[in-house]
Design a protein around this ligand. Structure first.
Ligand SMILES: [Zn+2]
Length: 296
């Protein structure tokens, strides 16, 4: 199976919520020969189609926000020789999440992930090349590939402060005690139980897994991945923001369809939605109407 076919399968599975074909294992990833595959070619068809659309004021910057899941000519990709590291790191983080549970994984730091991987034979320790790859990705300024949001966590070894979090019933998610929890309870009181927490605190490992999965879906296009999701170290979910959705709306809670729900309309009219990433933001990030900002 060549790189394109492999990544297509991986991407399809990722979209279906199954990040990678686990049965293939790390050996299968490393057995892939990516060297003969063509380098990434921007989708000129998409580029042409975009150029025909009336350009909003502000130019290409807003086109990228709107067409966040398309390739652009100046997008930045992982080099081909790092693709196996991307895939094997995702597999390892997935195994850790399965081992310790989704809730615990949301709070796990990078060192926790390394320790967990070492402790369980079924996960296997991160290799030094994987660790270097992850460290470099964390340290690399995300502005290199077009993400202009600010860094929220400066150290790879940062941990969610123990004892300052609370598990939110029926969600498997955590919020910080204090401001975040109070805001969430206030929303539930005013809007009702149809308003559900869809994503709370995310430590470094969780943000890694989400971002690396996006990078798999985007075939190594870091720019495209970062238009949908903050890179590790840049998410406000580490510092208190959270995502809200409507009960039963499923994955559509993370699409613009959410703006048609009663929960969104109530959140909006009550003034809870202070956009970190509005429809015309300058940060190179797609519109996220489900994201609730918690001011520090
Ligand atoms: Zn969010």
């Amino acid at each position: 199976m060549d790189r394109r076919a492999f990544l297509k399968v991986a991407g399809t599975l990722a979209l279906a919520g199954i990040s990678l074909p686990m049965s293939w294992g790390l050996e299968t990833v490393w057995a892939q020969d990516f060297s003969h595959c063509p380098t990434h070619a921007p989708d000129n068809g998409v580029q042409d189609a975009i150029s025909k659309i009336e350009e909003p004021a502000g130019g290409e910057e807003f086109l990228k926000v709107r067409f966040f899941d398309r390739d652009f000519n100046d997008d930045v990709y992982l080099p081909d020789n790092e693709m196996p590291l991307l895939l094997s790191s995702v597999i390892r983080f997935e195994r850790i999440q399965r081992q310790i549970g989704h809730g615990n994984f949301c709070l796990a730091g990078f060192d926790d992930a390394l320790a967990c991987a070492r402790s369980y034979a079924g996960i296997g320790p991160f290799s030094s090349r994987e660790i270097d790859f992850l460290e470099n990705l964390f340290q690399r300024p995300a502005g290199d590939y077009g993400f202009m949001g600010k860094k929220t966590v400066s150290r790879l070894t940062w941990q969610v402060p123990p004892g300052k979090t609370v598990k939110i019933e029926d969600t498997g998610q955590y919020l910080y005690k204090g401001r975040s929890e109070a805001l969430y309870q206030d929303i539930r009181k005013k809007i009702g139980t149809q308003a559900v927490l869809t994503s709370g605190i995310r430590g470094v490992s969780k943000q890694f897994l989400l971002f690396l999965n996006k990078a798999v879906q985007s075939r190594g296009n870091l720019s495209m991945a970062s238009r949908s999701l903050a890179p590790p170290g840049y998410s406000f979910h580490a510092t208190g923001d959270f995502d809200m959705g409507e009960k039963g709306f499923g994955p559509d809670n993370f699409t613009e369809k959410f703006t048609r729900t009663r929960v969104y309309n109530r959140l909006s009219s009550l003034g809870y939605i202070q956009f970190r990433y509005g429809p015309r933001n300058h940060l190179g990030v797609r519109y996220e109407p489900w994201h609730v900002e918690v001011k520090g």
